[in-house]
Design a protein around this ligand. Structure first.
Ligand code: ZN
Length: 162
């Protein structure tokens, strides 16, 4: 039936009857016949197939969305944008043109009234040569800390509680 699938003992080369014995022996995983197994059993550890299977099954779970990193725009983006723009000698209009937004948008960015979207922040990073986006683990303390909803007052209260 399974002619091509016949396995041979890794030690003596005899064809295996049944599955043979898969063991960890001298650092390698080998499958041996009954008589070889009785000889090396003292030195060999049973190779635990189940444990290995479980490990490989756990891996996809770790790439689950819940452990993905979250991208955030830094809180001091108004200062960073303004300083970088002025350093490059650009007007708000120049920067607006590069980002294909209206001048008013840049004004609001720099006034801290409008937080750039991640896409806009990426463009700003590229145009101005600054860092505006940082990664935080989802659900971590850092991400809570930088949530828009947190005002300076809230942060002070949190600190006092500690
Ligand atoms: Zn053998």
């Amino acid at each position: 039936m399974l002619g091509s699938a016949v396995k041979y003992c890794d030690l003596c080369g005899a064809p295996l009857r049944g599955k043979g014995h898969t063991v960890v022996y001298e650092g390698g995983i080998i499958t041996v016949c009954d008589s070889c197994y009785s000889r090396i059993a003292k030195f060999a550890k049973p190779y635990n197939l189940e444990r290995t299977t479980q490990k490989t099954q756990q891996r996809p779970r770790q790439t689950n969305k819940t452990v993905d990193k979250e991208l955030m725009v830094v809180d001091d983006y108004p200062t960073i944008i303004k300083n970088a723009r002025e350093r490059l000698g650009m007007t708000q209009k120049d920067l607006a043109d590069k980002l294909k937004v209206s001048e008013g948008v840049i004004k609001r960015f720099e006034a801290g009234k409008l937080r750039p979207t991640l896409e806009q922040a990426r463009e700003l990073e590229r145009v101005l040569g600054v860092k505006l986006i940082f990664e935080v683990p989802s659900g971590g303390e850092q991400s809570k800390y930088s949530r828009d909803a947190l005002t300076l007052g809230d942060v002070a209260v949190v600190r006092e509680r500690k």
